[in-house]
Design a protein. Sequence first.
Length: 154
Amino acid sequence: MIKFEKNKSKRIYLPNLNNSDTIAFAFIAAEKGLTPDMLIESFVHDIVSLFYSKNTNNHLDEWFKNSWFSQDDDGYFTFLQYIIRNKKYKYVISALRKIDVNHSNVAIKKLEKLFNNYCAYNPAHGNFKQELNEIKKFDKRISKSLKGRYCQWS
């Protein structure tokens, strides 16, 4: 579906993706430190550029390696990226919900341990609380896109 705004030079493309693809795409974007909109815009630009070039054998990983956002500017990854890459997202969200419901000290200690493991290899982009707030914001956006539908987190 294509929508045209008043400014005819600007177009909005709304891909028709199923829930699994929508969520997977959001995780791919987040793992690279991007919003889904940023990923789509850059990806489309590069696809169009590749279409007009003779070198069309690039893969997505090569595309990310050569893009300006292959890693954060400081060369390290956010805590959100870390938990997604290490398949700890569902675990962290579950712990965050326990903390929100009953202020579980056990859940806080487990998340602090995971955060300290992350910090051993990556300088944190924010403090523990800020990083958890970023994860909560991301989860809220994902949950909103699901509109109450069930999802099996990776």
